[in-house]
Design a protein around this ligand. Structure first.
Ligand code: PXP
Length: 237
């Protein structure tokens, strides 16, 4: 079954807006696990506008599911992940001031950087994943970096799904097929939600994990966190 990793950045964003500890990010992560999520994802950004580096350090010893840390491989980010040693690091190419990740890596142009970072992470037994678009040359480029997995950037799928789900998923099917052929594990994320998740999961062979934040936390405002996590889990069965 495809694993659900809940991205808790939005919980941290809400907390930071008032300066106190409400909502409690650590408790929310533990509750997501208790409600059935099989992983927790965080994306610490250089300005710490949502998840703080201190949150990341505090989360690692208390989580019992898979911990996935996403980010651009700056030296500061790499120091953090080498210290915390999560199960997985997902490398994203976004600029420090990006609102959210908005493109996959150019794995061909950045081969040397990615290879070097991935080698360093593997020395610490950290599984690596790199955020990619569906372009098949980029998937081939990803395989050449030595990464364990790719994370397919699903914004285009999510945007096209309401118009024509079959057309929306086709490039992802091909990309996943190619990634699997190269021996890469397959993750996916960005703009996945209660409407489009099940169809994606059914159509993408070997999908190991999805990480979902924005829609899931937004749904939780109406449905409650427990119901919401369980509903997302149900889409993956
Ligand atoms: N994957 C990556 C690499 C991301 O940067 C994000 C957003 O932080 C997600 C997945 C989750 O996207 P969303 O918040 O739209 O579910």
């Amino acid at each position: 079954m495809t694993k659900l990793s809940v991205n808790i950045n939005k919980i941290a964003l809400l907390r930071n807006s008032r300066g106190g500890n409400l909502p409690d990010v650590l408790k929310a992560a533990l509750d997501c696990e208790r409600f059935g999520a099989q992983g927790i994802t965080v994306h610490p950004r250089p300005d710490e506008r949502h998840i703080r580096y201190s949150d990341v350090r505090e989360l690692k010893p208390i989580l019992s599911t898979e911990f996935n840390i996403e980010g651009y491989p700056s030296e500061k980010f790499l120091d953090l992940v080498h210290e915390v040693k999560p199960h997985q690091v997902t490398l994203v190419p976004d600029a420090p001031d990006a609102l959210t990740s908005n493109a996959g890596w150019d794995t061909i142009k950045n081969k040397a950087l990615l290879k070097e970072v991935i080698e360093r992470l593997k020395k610490d037994n950290i599984r690596t994943s790199i955020f990619v678009d569906t372009d098949l040359d980029q998937i081939e480029g990803a395989a050449a970096t030595g990464t364990d997995r790719v994370e397919l950037y699903t914004e285009n799928y999510a945007a096209a799904y309401p118009l024509n789900p079959e057309v929306a998923v086709e490039p992802y099917r091909k990309a996943a097929h190619r990634a699997h052929k190269y021996g890469l594990g397959i993750n996916a994320g960005h703009d996945l939600n209660l409407h489009n998740l099940s169809f994606f999961n059914k159509n993408i062979a070997h999908l190991a994990e999805v990480s979902i934040g924005h829609a899931l936390i937004s749904d939780a405002l109406y449905l409650g966190l427990e119901n919401t996590v369980r509903l997302y889990m149900r889409q993956l069965q």
